[in-house]
Design a protein around this ligand. Structure first.
Ligand SMILES: [Zn+2]
Length: 531
C-alpha cells in the first residue's frame, strides 16, 4: 500500500500540484477513520452483551464457548442442553436450523466445533442385553398417613417413598447412570434384504456412563388410594410444567362422600412434586446429563379407574359395560372434559420425554388367561377376557395417550416362558398383541441385574423383551436381610439390588418393620440390618 503510494507519488511528482496532494491526504484520513470506527463498532457490539445462561452440565463446559457472548443466546442455551444429553448431532442440527448464518456467530461456531470434538470421545455401549430396567409405583407422599392407612401393608411392600426415590436417583446419577428408552436399546428397522427386524441400536455415551431404563406402574391414583398419603392427579402447573395435585376428600378411600354429580368433596388441596414425574423432570432439568437424548421414563397405565388421576373410563364412569362389574363406579358428569384434560397432560409429558405403555385395562393377570403345555406357557388364549381387556385398553386409554408399542404386564405376569414367545409354535397371545402394534414386552424379575431378549423375526418383525427390578420397600428390606443374615446363601445373594445402591442409606426408616413377604431368622433383631 505504502509502496504503491510512494510509486504513484514519484511518478506524478513533477506534475502534481500541492492542492491535489492535500485532497488525497484528506481522503486517506477519512478512509482510516471509517475503518477504525467500524472496528470499534464491531468490538463494542460483542463486548458487553449479556452472559449466556449457563446450563449445569459437565459438557461441554471447560470449553471457551461459555465465555463468548452470542447474539443467539437462547439458541445456544437450548443447544447446550441437547449436547449435555449426549446428542451432539442434535445440538449442531438445532443450531443450523435455527440460525442459518451460524458461521457469523463466533460463540455458535466455537460450540459446534466443541460438539464435534466431544462426539469423537463417545464410546458405544458394549452389550445392550446387559442394560438394567428399574421400576416404581406412584410414590408415598405422606409417610405417616400411608403407614397408618388400611392399606399400609401393601404400600410398605410395593411402594417407594419420595425420600427414597430422591436418594436413589441422586446415587444413580453420581454413579454415572443415564436414562435411556426401550427404543434406544432396540427398534424395528429395515434390513439390507428389505425386511424389517427388531435390531439392537448403538448407544453412544462417554466412558464411565451406564445406560438404564426407568418405568412407573399404575400412575392412575386409584380410588383405593384416596386419603392414604398419595398424590391424586397429575396436572399442568402455572409454569407449564407437570406437577401433582394432592387432595384430601371427605370420607375414606373407597367410600368417599360425593356430591350430586358424583364428584368427591375436597377438604384440602395442595400442589407440588409429590410423585416421580415432576421429581424426575426437575432432576433432569438440573442434570441434563442424566438423560440420553432427552429420555425420561415409561408410564404404564391401566384404564379401569381412568388415567393419571382423571376418571376417564366410559366403562367405569360412563355408559358402563355388562362385562364389567365396576367396583367403584359412579357417573362422572365431567367425563369428556376429564378425557380432554388427561390428553393435554399426556401430551405435555410426551413433550418432556416421557413414554406410555399398556399395563392392561383391568390390571389383568395375563398369565392366568393363556394356557400351558406341561409347565410351559405356550400362550394359547383361554376364554374371552384376554381380548376383551385388551380391546378396552385400546378403546379407552390409547386415544388419550396416543399410540404405543410397549406393554408392561400387570403383576409382571408374562404370556410365555423365558424362551422366545414363538418357541413352542405360534404364541397366540403374543401374535394378537403384536398385531395391535406391541413390539416391547416387560415383565418383572429382580433375581438378575438385567434380562433382555431380542427376537428379530417373531411375529414378523420381532420384539424386545425386558425384565424389570422393583425398587420398592420389599426388595430393599430383602437386600438388607439377606446381606445381614444369609451372607453365605449364594442363591439369596442374587436377589439383591446392592449393585445399584446401598439400601441401608436409602431405606426410609419411617417404614414399619418387618416389610411383609421376606423371610428372616426367628427372633432376629431387625434393626441390626441397618448397621
Ligand atoms: Zn401394576
Amino acid at each position: 500500500m505504502k509502496d504503491y503510494y510512494d510509486k504513484n507519488d514519484r511518478k506524478r511528482k513533477k506534475n502534481k500540484q500541492k492542492g491535489l496532494r492535500i485532497a488525497f491526504a484528506v481522503i486517506l484520513c477519512l478512509v482510516l477513520v471509517g475503518v477504525v470506527g467500524l472496528l470499534v463498532f464491531l468490538l463494542l457490539r460483542k463486548e458487553p452483551g449479556p452472559v449466556v445462561p449457563s446450563v449445569s452440565t459437565s459438557q461441554p463446559d471447560e470449553a471457551s464457548s461459555q465465555d463468548i457472548p452470542s447474539p443467539n443466546e437462547e439458541v445456544l442455551a437450548r443447544a447446550k442442553v441437547i449436547a449435555a444429553m449426549y446428542d451432539y448431532d442434535g445440538a449442531i442440527n438445532y443450531i443450523k436450523s435455527e440460525v442459518p448464518d451460524y458461521t457469523s456467530d463466533l460463540a455458535l461456531s466455537v460450540f459446534i466445533s466443541e460438539c464435534s470434538a466431544l462426539k469423537t470421545k463417545l464410546v458405544k455401549w458394549a452389550d445392550n442385553s446387559t442394560i438394567t430396567h428399574i421400576f416404581f409405583h406412584t410414590l408415598v407422599a405422606d409417610n405417616a398417613t400411608a403407614w397408618s392407612s388400611y392399606n399400609a401393608s401393601d404400600y410398605n411392600t410395593v411402594m417407594t417413598t419420595i425420600d427414597e426415590f430422591n436418594k436413589i436417583i441422586q446415587i444413580m446419577y453420581d454413579e454415572g447412570y443415564v436414562l435411556v428408552h426401550l427404543s434406544d436399546i432396540a427398534k424395528i428397522v429395515k434390513t439390507a434384504d428389505g425386511t424389517s427386524q427388531m435390531t439392537f441400536q448403538p448407544i453412544y455415551l462417554p466412558k464411565g456412563k451406564t445406560p438404564f431404563v426407568l418405568s412407573v406402574d399404575d400412575v392412575s391414583y386409584y380410588e383405593y388410594m384416596n386419603n392414604t398419603g398419595f398424590a391424586t392427579k397429575l396436572v399442568i402447573g402455572e409454569d407449564g410444567k407437570i406437577t401433582c395435585e394432592k387432595a384430601t376428600y371427605e370420607g375414606v378411600a373407597n367410600n368417599l362422600v360425593r356430591d350430586e354429580n358424583g364428584a368427591p368433596i375436597v377438604q384440602s388441596v395442595e400442589y407440588g412434586a409429590f410423585d416421580v414425574v415432576p421429581l424426575l423432570d426437575a432432576f433432569v432439568e438440573a442434570h441434563p446429563d442424566f438423560s440420553y437424548h432427552g429420555a425420561k421414563g415409561t408410564i404404564a397405565l391401566t384404564g379401569y379407574n381412568g388415567v393419571l388421576g382423571y376418571r376417564t373410563s366410559d366403562i367405569a364412569y360412563g355408559a358402563g359395560d355388562p362385562d364389567w362389574p365396576g367396583a367403584y363406579e359412579y357417573l362422572n358428569v365431567n367425563l369428556e372434559a376429564d378425557k380432554a384434560e388427561a390428553k393435554r397432560v399426556a401430551e405435555a409429558m410426551k413433550a418432556e420425554g416421557w413414554k406410555f405403555a399398556s399395563h392392561t385395562w383391568g390390571h389383568m393377570n395375563m398369565s392366568s388367561v393363556v394356557t400351558s403345555s406341561g409347565n410351559e406357557l405356550n400362550g394359547k388364549i383361554q376364554g374371552d377376557r384376554f381380548k376383551r381387556d385388551t380391546e378396552w385398553w385400546m378403546r379407552e386409554v390409547s386415544p388419550i395417550i396416543g399410540p404405543t408399542d410397549i406393554i408392561i404386564f400387570a403383576f409382571g405376569a408374562d404370556i410365555g416362558t423365558w424362551r422366545n414367545y414363538n418357541f413352542y409354535g405360534e404364541n397366540e397371545a403374543f401374535m394378537y398383541l403384536k398385531s395391535l402394534g406391541f413390539d416391547y414386552y416387560c415383565n418383572v424379575d429382580s433375581s438378575k441385574h438385567a434380562w433382555v431378549q431380542l427376537s428379530a423375526t417373531d411375529g414378523g418383525d420381532g420384539y424386545l423383551r425386558m425384565a424389570r427390578r422393583n425398587l420398592d420397600g420389599q426388595l430393599m428390606f430383602k437386600t438388607m436381610v439377606y446381606e445381614k443374615f444369609y451372607a453365605d446363601d449364594q442363591k439369596k445373594q442374587k436377589n439383591i439390588l446392592s449393585d445399584l445402591f446401598d439400601p441401608k442409606v436409602v431405606f426410609d426408616r419411617t417404614r414399619p418393620l418387618p416389610v411383609p413377604g421376606v423371610v428372616y431368622p426367628e427372633g432376629a433383631d431387625l434393626n441390626s440390618i441397618f448397621n
